[in-house]
Design a protein around this ligand. Structure first.
Ligand code: DOR
Length: 437
C-alpha cells in the first residue's frame, strides 16, 4: 500500500529516462517500476508527462521580514510551487538581515507556518558575526553562509579582504558569494552620472566581477574552504573558475542565458536591471558554453522582486533585481526544446547540482529512499508567460509575453501534491531541508 503512486510517466532517474511508476510511502520514494497492481491512497496520472526529481532553486529573495510589500514566504513559496520548484534557499538581505541564530530561527518558524515547499536560509556574514558563523551554519534550516563582496540590495557587505579571510577560515560548509569588487564599483559609479539603465553593465563591468572572483578564489584555496560563486555572469571569470575547481562551484541564472544587452535594456528598461548585470551576447555565449562543458554546477533564479513603482525610479536609484522563481522551469524547458541543453542536463543543473553543491540530505535525485519531491512537466505544452500568471507579490515578470514550449504541470513535495494544472492544492507544509554538517 502506497500513499501516492505517480502512474505512467517517463521518469528521469540517475540511470536515464525510463517509463516507470513511482510509489511513495511516508514522504519518500519507496518503489520505482511497474506498479499497476499496487494499492494507493492517491494516484497522479502522469501519462504523457516527464517526472523529474524536484527542482531546487538555491537562490531566492523572499523579502520577509521587513519588505513584505514586495514578497513574503507565503507568496514567494506559492510562486515556487506554481513554477514547479519543490525547495528554495533564501538569501539573508531582509530587514533585519539574517545574521544571528534568533533571526534564522524566526525565518525557519515562519516558513514552517507559511511555505508551500521545502526551504533553507542563508545567514549573512557581517564584520561583527564572523566568529559565530561556524556555529550558525550548523543550525536547522541553514543553507550556509552568504558573503557579499560587493554591495547590492541592502546593507550586507564584507569588502575587507582580511575579514573575508576570517569568514572563510571560520566554519566548514560551502560559502556562497556575491562576487563584485566593491572598490571598483564605488570608484566608477560617478562616471555614469546622467546615463540610463543601459549603463548598468558598463558601471558593474566584467573587471568588477573578474577582480573580485580572482581574489576570493585565492583566499578560498589558501584557507581550503569550499566556495560557491553565485550568479556568474562574465566570460572572464570562467577560466578562473575552471582553474579553481578544487574549491569552487558555479551558479548561473536563467536570465543571463536568455537576455542580452543592449536589447534587454532597450526593451525592458530597469526591469532588466540586476546585479551582477545582464551583459552582451559574447558573455551569454560563454555562459552557454559553460553549461554545455560542465563548468556550471547549478542554476539559481536570483528571484529578487521589487514593485514596478520602485523600478520606475530613474537609474541608478532604481533597485536591482527581478522575479524568477516561477519562470525558471518553463524558461529553461524552452531552451531544452530548442536544443540548447538536454533534459538530463537540466535535471543535473536543478536537482543533482544544488544537492551536490550544498550537500542536501535525501534531495536532488529520483531514487529509492530520497524525498518524494517531483516536478512533473509536459515537454510539448505551448504556453505564454504573462504578468497575470505571476504569483509574486510584485506582480510582474521580465518574461511577460514569452511563448515557451515546456511547462510544469504538477509539483509534489515529500509525496504531497502542492500544484496541479496551474493551481495550488493542499496546504503550505514546507519543511527545512537537511544538509551534511
Ligand atoms: O539584482 C540583485 N537583486 N542582486 C542581488 O544581489 C540582490 C538582489 C535583491 O535582493 O534585490
Amino acid at each position: 500500500m502506497f500513499d501516492l503512486v505517480i502512474r505512467g510517466g517517463t521518469c528521469v532517474t540517475p540511470a536515464g529516462r525510463a517509463r516507470a511508476d513511482v510509489g511513495v510511502r511516508d514522504g519518500r520514494i519507496a518503489a520505482l517500476g511497474a506498479l499497476d497492481a499496487a494499492q494507493a491512497k492517491e494516484v497522479l496520472d502522469a501519462a504523457g508527462l516527464h517526472v523529474l526529481p524536484g527542482v531546487i532553486d538555491p537562490q531566492v529573495h523572499f523579502r520577509e521580514p521587513g519588505l513584505t510589500h514586495k514578497e513574503d514566504l507565503g507568496s514567494g513559496s506559492a510562486a515556487a510551487a506554481l513554477g514547479g520548484v519543490t525547495a528554495f534557499f533564501e538569501m539573508p538581505n531582509t530587514q533585519p538581515n539574517t545574521d544571528s541564530a534568533e533571526r534564522l530561527a524566526w525565518k525557519v518558524q515562519r516558513a514552517r507556518e507559511t511555505s508551500w515547499v521545502d526551504f533553507a536560509f542563508f545567514v549573512g556574514a557581517t564584520n561583527d558575526n564572523v566568529g559565530e558563523l561556524g556555529g550558525l551554519e550548523q543550525l536547522e534550516g541553514c543553507a550556509g553562509v552568504k558573503l557579499f563582496l560587493g554591495s547590492s540590495t541592502g546593507t550586507l557587505l564584507v569588502d575587507d579582504p582580511a575579514v573575508q579571510r576570517r569568514v572563510l577560515a571560520s566554519g566548514r560548509r560551502r560559502v556562497a558569494v556575491h562576487s563584485e569588487d566593491e572598490a571598483r564599483l564605488k570608484e566608477r559609479k560617478a562616471l555614469f552620472a546622467g546615463r540610463g539603465v543601459d549603463a548598468h553593465p558598463e558601471w558593474r563591468d566584467e573587471e568588477c566581477a573578474v577582480k573580485s572572483t580572482r581574489s576570493i578564489l585565492a583566499l578560498a584555496r589558501e584557507t581550503n574552504r569550499p566556495l560557491h560563486v553565485l550568479h556568474v555572469t562574465s566570460a572572464g571569470e570562467l577560466p578562473l573558475l575552471e582553474a579553481y575547481r578544487d574549491v569552487a562551484t558555479v551558479e548561473v541564472p536563467p536570465q543571463h542565458l536568455t537576455f542580452a544587452a543592449p536589447d534587454c535594456y532597450a526593451r525592458l528598461g530597469t526591469r532588466a536591471q540586476m546585479n551582477p548585470p545582464i551583459r552582451d551576447a559574447r558573455h551569454q555565449a560563454a555562459l552557454w558554453e559553460a553549461v554545455r562543458n560542465g563548468l556550471v554546477d547549478c542554476l539559481g533564479s536570483d528571484h529578487a522582486p521589487h514593485t514596478l513603482e520602485e523600478k520606475a525610479k530613474p537609474w541608478p536609484s532604481s533597485p536591482s533585481g527581478m522575479p524568477g522563481v516561477q519562470t525558471l522551469v518553463p524558461v529553461m524547458l524552452d531552451h531544452v526544446h530548442h536544443g540548447r541543453l538536454t533534459l538530463e542536463r537540466f535535471v543535473d543543473l536543478t536537482s543533482a547540482g544544488p544537492a551536490r553543491v550544498f550537500r542536501t540530505r535525501r534531495k536532488g535525485r529520483l531514487a529509492l529512499g530520497y524525498d518524494a519531491d517531483f516536478t512533473l512537466v509536459d515537454l510539448a505544452a505551448r504556453r505564454t508567460i504573462t504578468d497575470a500568471w505571476s504569483q509574486s507579490r510584485c506582480g510582474w515578470t521580465p518574461f511577460d509575453g514569452l511563448a515557451v514550449t515546456g511547462w510544469p504541470i504538477a509539483t509534489v513535495v515529500r509525496g504531497q501534491p502542492v500544484m496541479r494544472d496551474g493551481a495550488l492544492v493542499g496546504a503550505p507544509r514546507g519543511h527545512p531541508v537537511a544538509f551534511d554538517p
